[in-house]
Design a protein around this ligand. Structure first.
Ligand code: RIB
Ligand code: CA
Length: 314
């Protein structure tokens, strides 16, 4: 059983990643922590609690609220035009009786890592602020966590918030750079691969047709939430009824690394200048002294979609 901690800014694509992890029989979700990004950290926690209830998880999944702004303290606010007024396309899911923990996200991550040394994979689907703060209070975290798999950054593909930067890294470059330097077993699932995997309206129709009866509420939710995300991608990126699969692919790569091809390269994150958040991978023969990051450079896109979608089917 893969024991996974999820850190998310629970928007539409995060929600698919969370539901997928909750439904995979070989995964146990040990907790969800939230941060600012697609929505506020508190709303992301509310969304996560409702999604956990929607999935009918047969065990309790603790949820902890985390960072409300980047380390440098300059958050511009949520992205309601991308993920809707509440982060999940305006869909009103039934509330959960469960409350978030009193403990902040970073304290929860550090505590869980100490309680389960070498066992947990942390999958970050948002800014790395919570992880950077956890590292501050537990410097041994790179040894205590088995792996960190993150959705973010780009190696050769164009950025999505600047020509060279992706939102999760550009949203807190200082946090990302601390994580890059810390010595984690670190896998980057960036735009090079997430832009290659495309979810279409046809896929949603197939899901609708073959949904397992117990997953009907999940599929009904996706049918309501995804049109919002398709609309944004049509207006912003000229996508005709399709969208990239960012966070769900990171989750899949954590669960089944065989869907991606990686290259391990020393890398840092640009924190200053006019293009902050650029991942600078050093391809020289004698590169900078920085830990190697396993950068996903290719993906079996057909198999990724099949694995993601059949998880919800009968
Ligand atoms: O750039 C895509 C990433 O930014 C995804 O994680 C999305 O949910 C947003 O956080
Ligand atoms: Ca996200």
């Amino acid at each position: 059983l893969k024991q996974i901690l999820i850190d998310a800014d629970t928007g539409i694509d995060d929600s698919i990643a969370i539901l997928f992890a909750l439904k995979r029989p070989d995964v146990r979700v040990m907790g969800v922590t939230t941060g600012f990004g697609n929505t506020t950290a508190r709303q992301a926690a509310e969304n996560s609690l409702r999604l956990i209830r929607l999935a009918g998880a047969p065990y309790e999944v603790p949820v902890a609220v985390g960072a409300t702004e980047p380390l440098a303290g300059n958050w511009k606010g949520p992205d309601p035009h991308i993920h809707g007024p509440n982060g999940i396309g305006g869909v009103e899911l039934p509330p959960s009786p469960q409350q978030p923990l009193e403990e902040p996200a970073w304290a929860f991550i550090a505590r869980m890592a100490r309680e389960h040394p070498g066992e947990l994979t942390l999958v970050t689907l948002a800014r790395m602020t919570n992880l950077a703060k956890a590292l501050e209070i537990e410097p041994d975290l790179p040894r205590l966590l088995k792996r960190v798999v993150f959705m973010g950054g780009t190696f050769h593909a164009p950025g999505n918030v600047s020509p060279v930067a992706e939102a999760n890294i550009a949203g807190d470059p200082e946090a990302a750079d601390r994580v890059f330097q810390a010595g984690f077993d670190l896998t980057m699932v960036g735009l090079d691969v997430t832009q290659k995997v495309r979810l279409t309206t046809d896929h949603v129709a197939i899901l609708d047709k073959y949904a397992a009866p117990e997953n009907r509420p999940i599929v009904d939710y996706l049918k309501q939430a995804l049109p919002f995300y398709f609309r944004f991608n049509r207006l912003q990126n000229n996508c005709l009824d399709h969208c990239p699969v960012h966070d769900p692919l990171a989750m899949l790569a954590a669960v089944d690394p065989s869907v991606v091809t990686v290259r391990t390269i020393p890398a840092r994150v640009e924190c200053g200048g006019s293009l902050p958040g650029m991942v600078v991978a050093d391809l020289r023969e004698h590169p900078i002294e920085a830990p190697g990051v396993s950068i996903c450079v290719d993906v079996d896109s057909r198999r990724a979609l099949e694995e993601l979608l059949t998880t919800f089917m009968a």
